[in-house]
Design a protein around this ligand. Structure first.
Ligand code: GLU
Length: 400
């Protein structure tokens, strides 16, 4: 047997915990267990019919749908992205500042790949989405994690400045946040923009949950000032807003030299995102689907139900998030307790017991840099949410 050595860079990363736990919950379901999987952040709604129809039509037509497109997307889609940024965010990009990729995750991967060198430091506010630190490590950088749990899950300029060193190359901003659902208001984001002004630090602003804000208003980081725009790669995509996770289309607007490097990287990996998905996205980006306001109202009602249900569970504290479709309850009150013969020594043990004993899937907060918390996605049907709450409350009442 040859001794096949793996590259050191893959030794620095772990498989995605969100995806691994989703697969685990699905496997239990396939075995016939009645699991409520609140693991993945994936809308339970159908991709709107008008979007699917436009894909079907282009497949019938043939021709271009079966061919490569330019690496960064068709000229029409690039124009639609420019139009979206103008309409929703008052941002003006030229075509060379836009790149369409295979999902927002791919956009972020390309951006980190284009910006981060060996030894560079990247400031990652915690709780963070699982993939940011992994991607940073993959490209040889060092994630500098800054805890925001004592400041309402908002990064303060003081904490940011304390974490910055001459090696800081990049700051990650993510509002609305995965996993906390926190929405950073204009003042909070402006304070971050002011803290990096005058430096050579870049910003990746992951705005994939932009359309899912309840009450407040989404703020595009690059729209704060000319300086913010010149240093920011704005990431967005169709997955969460339009129930299009499987289509894998993300996109960015950003400084032309950074986008050019991202395009070069993409040209050697995936080439263009799948053509039929680009054609479907064109329909989605020209105008928000009619379903969106109804979905948003449904998510908000589910959020309220989840927050109330979790706060009624013994030992749990849950803040009301302003956006996305996650709740992030503090379950530290459960640590050290027992459920039957299972000892809840940390959030991983909590999620294991919840999954196998209460048949509710969640993701341990430790995966997001917040041990003792658990992330539940409420992008699930009302019936599933009702079942999950009942089971979590029963589980909490059985702890000793
Ligand atoms: N972004 C979603 C989540 O956090 C989907 C899975 C993933 O890409 O991490 O659950």
């Amino acid at each position: 047997m040859p001794n096949l050595r793996l590259a050191r860079r893959v030794g620095r990363i772990q498989p995605s915990a969100t995806l691994a736990l989703t697969a685990r919950a699905r496997a239990l379901k396939a075995e016939g267990k009645d699991v409520v999987a609140l693991t993945a952040g994936e809308p339970d709604f159908e991709t709107p019919m008008a979007i699917r129809e436009s894909a079907i039509e282009s497949l019938r037509k043939g021709g271009a749908v079966g061919r490569y497109t330019p690496v960064g997307g068709t000229p029409e889609l690039v124009q639609a992205v420019i139009g979206k940024f103008r309409r929703d965010n008052a941002l003006e990009y030229r075509p060379e500042q836009v790149l369409v990729s295979c999902g927002a995750k791919h956009s972020i991967f390309n951006a980190i790949g284009a910006l981060v060198d060996d030894g560079d430091e990247v400031i990652v506010p915690a709780p963070y989405w699982v993939s940011y630190p992994e991607m940073i490590r993959f490209f040889g950088g060092t994630p500098v994690v800054v805890d925001t749990s004592s400041t309402g899950f908002v990064l303060t300029p003081e904490a940011l400045k304390r974490a910055m060193t001459p090696r800081t190359r990049l700051v990650i901003v993510n509002s609305p946040s995965n996993p906390t659902g926190a929405v950073w208001d204009r003042a909070a984001q402006q304070a971050i923009a002011d803290a990096v002004a005058g430096t050579d630090v870049a910003v990746i602003s992951d705005e994939i949950y932009e359309k899912l804000v309840y009450g407040g208003q989404h703020v595009a980081f690059a729209g704060l000032s000319k300086d913010a725009c010149e240093r920011t790669v704005t990431v967005n995509g169709v997955a969460k807003a339009y129930a299009m996770t499987g289509w894998r289309i993300g996109y960015v607007g950003g400084p032309a030299p950074v986008v050019k490097a991202m395009n070069a990287l993409q040209s050697h990996s995936t080439s263009n995102p799948t053509t039929v998905a680009q054609l479907a996205t064109l329909a989605a980006l020209q105008k928000d689907p009619d379903e969106l306001p109804r979905w948003r109202a449904q998510y908000q009602a589910r959020r309220d139900r989840m927050v109330a249900g979790l706060n009624a569970a013994k030992g749990v504290k849950c803040a009301t998030p302003g956006g996305a479709f996650y709740v992030f309850p503090d379950c530290r009150g459960w640590i050290g307790k027992r459920h039957g013969d299972a000892v809840l020594k940390d959030d991983a043990a909590i999620c294991e017991a919840l999954l196998t004993r209460a048949l509710v899937g969640g993701v341990p907060g430790g995966e997001f840099g917040a041990p003792g918390f658990v992330r539940f996605s409420y992008a699930a049907s009302d019936a599933e949410i009702g079942k999950a709450i009942e089971r979590i409350q029963k589980f909490a009442s059985e702890l000793v």
